[in-house]
Every structure is written in C-alpha cells, then in structure tokens.
Design a protein around this ligand. Structure first.
Ligand SMILES: [Zn+2]
Length: 483
C-alpha cells in the first residue's frame, strides 16, 4: 500500500503540468470559438455578392454584434458611398503608448451559382469535417475570427498598448466601391494606423494535413495586361510577302519569351530567401546563399531561375496568354494581336514595363515594323500608355508583427518556419500600402496546398482549422498589442 502512495501525487502533478501547458499553448476559449462560429454562419448566410447581394446588411449585422458586446456607438461607424456598399469600422481603445494597428477584412464575396455547387452557397453547412459556403475561406472566416477576437478582448476589459481598429469592407472582389480605398480617401482619421493586419492571405500551408510553414504575405506584385498588335494591308494569300502581321507578332512574342527582367530582391523577398537557406540543403542551399551575397552570384541566380516559383519572386515576369489574328483562311492577315500578362516587382510602374516591352519587341531586321504595345485597363480599354501605378517597395519586416508571430507559431505548430512572402495575387493591401501603412496578411488557419477553393465551387473551411484560427488570432493580436 505504502509503496503506491506516490501515485495519486504524481497523477495530480501531471494533470497540473498538462493543464498549465494547455493554458499556455492552447488559448482555446469555448465561448469565443462558439461566438466566432456563430458570426461565421451569420455572414455566410448574408449574400454579399456584387450582383444581387448587400454588403451593408453584413456591416449592420456586425455593428449590432459590437454594440451588444459593449462597444459605445461613438466607436462604431457604418458608412460608405452608397446604400448597398457600406463598411463597418470599430475601435477598441488602447493605452495610447503606440499608434493604432488596423485590421482589415472584406465582407463581399465572389459570385456563386446554386447550380454549380453541391450545396446552397449561401447556406452555412457543416459536412464531413468542413464548413461549406461562399466566403468560407475567402474571407468570412477571417471576418468572423477578427470580430470574435475583438469582442473577447472588449469583454475581458483588455487594454492594448495601441488602439485596435477593425474595418470590414466592401468590393474587394469586384464592384466599384472598394471600401478600403473609400475609407482612406474620405475618413482617413478613422482608420489611420502604424501598420495593418489583413486576414485575407497568409496562413499555415499544409500538405496532406502536415503543416509545412506559416506564410505571411508582406508585399505583393502588381498585375498588368499589355496588348501587342501588328498590322498589315493584307492581300491575297496566293501572293505572300515577307511582311506579315502574324509573323511579325510571332517574332515579337519570341523575343519576349527569351527576355529575362532584371534580378531584384526587396526587404521581404530577401528575408524570405534568408529563411529558405536554413530550410534547404545541398546545391540549392549553396545557390541561395550565393544569390544573397552582394554582389549576387549571377550563375546561382540563373540556376535558381529555372524554378518557376523562385523565378517569379526574383523577377518581374511577362508571358503571352491570349492570341488572335487574321480574318480568312485565304487572305494575308491584316492584324494579329496578343495579350501579355505581367506580374511586376514592387516599385516599377505599369508605364515602365510597357516601355521595356516596346524595347524588347523592337526587331532591327524588320524594315517597317508595325508592332504596337498598349496597356489594357481593368475595364478592357486599351491605352497608349500605362499609368504610374505601382506596388510599394516594402519596408523591412516589422518586429512588432514577426516577434509575437514567431512565438505563437513555435507553440501551436512547433518546428515550422515563419516565412515572409510576396504575394503574386492582389488584396486590399494595395490601398493601405500605398497610403503608407505597411500591410501584412496573417492568418492562423491551415490550408491544403492542393485544396484551395477560394472563388471556386464548393468553397470550404476545415472545422479544426477554423477553431485553431480563432485560438491563434487572440494570442497573436495580444502579442502585437501587449507592450
Ligand atoms: Zn479575399
């Protein structure tokens, strides 16, 4: 008997250790998880598409949630350029030690047709371990997580070291009333911040359920379409001449195919590759290290550029994506046209890239070249010149964001690296970055590299991933606003 007396004591100790660890490593709070899920469902079931939806309804619903949680009316604003596209802005006051942090999320979603989907896209459905619905991964999940986190902090009486502002907005996916842009232009004082956290990107990249890395989008490339047109008087196809619109265009496209834009790194892509060196081995690791030297080893750069992903990070890229030309099988072509799609490194304007393309396609062996390079606006209108729009060169990764992030990732996903990345897509960060507020896409949700359904049919979010995303965000945001 006596010899067994230590058992209960040890058991008690173990329980204590386990529960203390659980408190430290798992910030799970059942009430917050339930609240987040409830908001998630509510948002999915409010149609916020541009065609028939109403963003204002969603903004008003969130405003009501904040009022119910005790936020005073003076700290909640619902506003926008028209009745269907209002945004909601709420503020949790801090001690004022630092300038505010702004959290952003878009409330609108991409169109979804019932007949394309297995379930009704505007019904929140839990099935086989997933939540289904339009916006379940882009990004009513994030809207719900950020809202529930702020409500939890308010209820706990938490006083952050800086004001936390949350803006849930319209028309990120489409439409003409982009909420972030509108707020910056019309009510900058409401959302002015030292830096911005966007839930519309980043997250834990996983392969078959295994977490690989925590990605943080900290800058983005600029999207640009350019149109190449070759023209010719044409004529009868039985009398070919060397001048031919299709041949001239084909030659121009071949020159683009062989052209490599200059190698460049910015603060974020450099930090990304520096962390990649530690994760790589052999020749790849050696090449990365050689590339990071100054001056860079251009042979290493050339080897690394053979990988499409590494290449896209180190260079502006332009590629032919569409082609048309000619008007009859038995006639010489009068016009030939191609669309060239570019993803432009931060700091370079659309016009700068158009001018480069003009130089690249110029063929000195053609006596009377006709090729023209125009910029295609978003509304498909062709312009003789590109604008001076450009993506902003990012500042160095902020420690106020990355230090707390490193800590929470080490606890929740031990061993995976935190990687600052440059997104090749685009988010509302273009507006906040352009307004001088460095923007980071941070999310604690895990996503499968082969199961990305944002904008697609049967969009979904894994049940466990959402719950961890809720837990993560509270700890992360506290870390960002603690000191
Ligand atoms: Zn989105």
């Amino acid at each position: 008997m006596g010899s067994n007396r230590w058992w209960p004591g040890l058991f008690f100790c173990l329980v204590l250790v386990v529960s203390m660890q659980a408190q430290q490593t798992s910030p799970a709070d059942e009430a917050t998880r339930r609240l987040a899920l409830d908001i998630f469902k509510q948002l999915i079931e409010i149609n916020t598409t541009d065609s028939v939806g109403n963003v204002t309804t969603a903004a008003e619903a969130m405003a009501q949630r904040f009022r119910d949680a005790g936020f005073p009316d003076s700290d909640i604003q619902v506003m926008g350029p028209n009745d269907r596209k209002k945004n909601v802005v709420v503020r949790l006051h801090g001690s004022g030690k630092h300038k505010p942090v702004l959290l952003i999320g878009h409330l609108d979603v991409v169109e979804a047709r019932r007949e394309d989907w297995t379930t009704d896209p505007f019904q929140f459905i839990e099935k086989d371990g997933y939540y289904y619905g339009r916006g379940s991964s882009d990004m009513k999940d994030g809207d719900a997580i950020m809202s529930a986190t702020l409500i939890r902090m308010k209820k706990e009486g938490y006083v952050p070291s800086r004001d936390i502002i949350l803006a849930l907005t319209a028309d990120e996916e489409g439409g003409t009333s982009n909420g972030v842009d509108w707020l910056i232009k019309n009510h900058r004082e409401l959302i002015d911040a030292e830096f911005v956290l966007n839930h519309d990107g980043g997250g834990v990249l996983a392969d078959h359920g295994k977490a690989l890395m925590m990605e943080v989008d900290a800058t983005e490339k600029l999207y640009g379409d350019f149109v190449l047109t070759a023209t010719n008087p044409g004529g009868h196809s039985s009398l070919p001449r060397p001048e031919n619109a299709i041949y001239e265009l084909a030659g121009a496209l071949t020159r683009i195919a062989h052209y490599q834009f200059p190698f460049e790194l910015n603060n974020i892509t450099r930090a990304y590759f520096e962390r990649q060196v530690k994760m790589s081995t052999g020749q790849h690791a050696a090449d990365l290290a050689a590339m990071l030297k100054s001056p860079p080893d251009m042979e290493a750069v050339a080897r690394l550029s053979k990988d499409p992903l590494d290449n896209s990070i180190m260079h502006t890229t332009c590629v032919a994506t569409r082609l048309s030309g000619g008007h009859a099988n038995n006639a010489l072509p009068q016009t030939a046209q191609a669309n060239v799609n570019c993803r432009i490194e931060p700091g370079h304007t659309l016009e700068e890239i158009r001018l480069t393309l003009e130089k690249v396609v110029a063929d000195p062996t053609i006596a009377n070249p006709t090729i023209k390079v125009q910029f295609r606006e978003n509304n498909n209108v062709l312009m003789e010149h590109g604008s001076d729009r450009h993506s902003y060169v990012p500042p160095a990764p902020r420690k106020e964001v990355f230090e707390p992030l490193d800590k929470v990732v080490a606890k929740m996903w031990p061993g995976i690296p935190v990687l600052p990345t440059m997104s090749t897509g685009a988010s509302d960060g273009v507006y906040t970055n352009a307004a001088g507020m460095p923007t980071y896409c941070v999310s604690g949700e895990q996503y499968e590299r082969d199961d990305i359904r944002a904008h697609g049919k049967d969009e979904r979010m894994e049940v466990g991933s959402f719950a961890r995303g809720v837990d993560f965000y509270y700890v992360f945001l506290k870390g960002v606003t603690a000191e």
